[in-house]
Design a protein around this ligand. Structure first.
Ligand code: FES
Length: 107
């Protein structure tokens, strides 16, 4: 398990993640993606568990789900559970925003 830190303050983290805009993240060897909804940041695998489409091209709906752009499968951003479609769950990572930046745990 490894913990990564991004940014140096809450404000900087919020600036790095404009609301509902999916960002590509490279943490060590891991290609991930992240999105902020309100005060929460969700980090998940960069490519769809179905056929590997880049999830940075996906959309976020009002239910806290990401919708893959290729076949419109939906995944819960908090748990990674597949909500629509037939494939494995999305791998999601634990995050927290602290006064000195965003912490992401990669296990
Ligand atoms: S590749 Fe994402 S739903 Fe098919």
């Amino acid at each position: 398990m490894k913990e990564y830190s991004l940014g140096t303050s809450r404000e900087q983290v919020f600036g790095m993640f404009p609301e509902r805009s999916i960002k590509k993240l490279q943490l060590g060897e891991s290609q991930l993606a992240g999105v902020r909804i309100g005060e929460q940041i969700f980090v998940f695998q960069a490519f769809c568990p179905h056929r590997g489409a880049p999830l940075v091209q996906g959309n976020i709906n009002g239910l806290g789900e990401i919708i893959c752009a290729l076949h419109e499968y939906r995944f819960d951003l908090a748990t990674g559970e597949v909500r629509a479609g037939s494939c494995g769950d999305l791998k999601v990572y634990q995050t927290r925003i602290e006064s000195d930046g965003l912490k992401i745990v990669i296990s």
